[in-house]
Design a protein around this ligand. Structure first.
Ligand SMILES: NC(=O)c1ccc[n+]([C@@H]2O[C@H](COP(=O)([O-])OP(=O)(O)OC[C@H]3O[C@@H](n4cnc5c(N)ncnc54)[C@H](OP(=O)(O)O)[C@@H]3O)[C@@H](O)[C@H]2O)c1
Length: 292
């Protein structure tokens, strides 16, 4: 039997630390854009014990849940010049909105404010130019499993970020899953191609596995059920197991058996590895193009 004990212990320790950091926070957190990703982050912060009264949300189309939170003290859509200096500003609008939305945040920025952007393709240089000089910034790339607290976010700071600010950003980002810090922003395009876009590749795997099952003679609904449960269960096993994916794969492959027959096809020189190289390279290229 495999166990995920060491991962689970590490995760709960960092969750406790994040909860302490957010629970003790007295400054204001401004969230700009509470859509899919911003909304998931807000849910995570509140679940970790952040006091909703310290949160300002700027969102043109608030959900019913957000409006209900506003009734309990969260500040929804105040004029930005009434907010005062924020401890942190988290920008979660679409990248196309950035040229208008980012400079508008200047009234909430003070010497101690940390700005976190999760906008795909918007570089630290773009943010430095769109905000008042010397702003402390973190560019981050989350992914959609954030919606269930199982995302992974990669973060890169600019030179102005203090250790305290980094700790606050770690707490804010870890509310939706794991956080990895990198020093080289140039890696963000490949990060986007692997973990940012990656959930779509896994969903595609569930789709094509179901289609292949139907082509092999299974009723469509059974094929879909089998593929979905297989991808989800294998993902969970990978999450909980201390073993690496290659070992888990070898553990279900008997020499000369059925899995080996399929893997001979998938691991051929023109198989899944070659296809994934091409796919990730295409996404990396596109991320570079979009960043300009
Ligand atoms: N979803 C992902 O998997 C993922 C992964 C990595 C990074 N990201 C990044 O996360 C950001 C948000 O993505 P998302 O999927 O959460 O998008 P989304 O669901 O469209 O959320 C963006 C929200 O911002 C609101 N908004 C628009 N203009 C605004 C303004 N001027 N001020 C404040 N809020 C404004 C939008 O309202 P309206 O609907 O009224 O326009 C929407 O509710 C994007 O930059 C994306 O690149 C997303």
């Amino acid at each position: 039997m495999v166990t995920g004990e060491s991962t689970a212990v590490a995760t709960s320790t960092s969750t406790e630390q994040s909860a302490r950091t957010l629970g003790d926070l007295s400054g204001t957190i401004v969230l700009v854009g509470a859509g899919k990703m911003g909304g998931a982050m807000l849910d995570g912060w509140l679940a970790l014990g952040l006091d909703g009264r310290t949160v300002v949300v700027i969102e043109p189309q608030p959900t019913r849940e957000l409006t209900a939170l506003a009734g309990r003290g969260l500040r929804l859509n105040p004029a930005l010049n009434t907010v005062g200096e924020a401890a942190a500003i988290v920008i979660a609008v679409k990248p196309q909105i950035a040229p208008e939305a980012v400079p508008a945040l200047a009234p909430c920025l003070g010497a101690g404010t940390i700005v976190v952007s999760i906008m795909a393709g918007r570089t630290l240089e773009f943010l430095e130019q769109a905000l008042p000089q010397r702003a402390a910034l973190v560019r981050a790339m989350p992914n959609t499993p954030a919606a269930i607290g199982r995302g992974i976010t990669v973060a890169v700071p600019n030179a102005k970020v203090s250790a305290r600010q980094r700790e606050l950003v770690q707490a804010l980002l870890s509310a939706t899953g794991t956080v990895e810090w990198i020093a080289d922003e140039a890696l963000m395009d490949a990060v986007t191609a692997v973990s940012g876009s990656g959930p779509a590749y896994v969903f595609l795997l569930a789709e094509v596995l179901a289609q292949a099952g139907a082509a092999a003679g299974l009723p469509t609904d059974l094929a879909e059920k089998l593929a979905r449960a297989t991808v989800a269960g294998s993902g969970e096993l990978l999450h909980r197991s201390p073993l690496d994916p290659a070992t888990l794969r070898q553990n279900v492959t008997s020499p000369g058996g059925t899995t080996a027959a399929a893997l001979d096809v998938l691991m051929a020189p023109d198989g899944l590895g070659a296809l994934m190289d091409k796919a990730v390279a295409a996404a990396t290229r596109r991320s570079r193009e979009l960043a300009g």
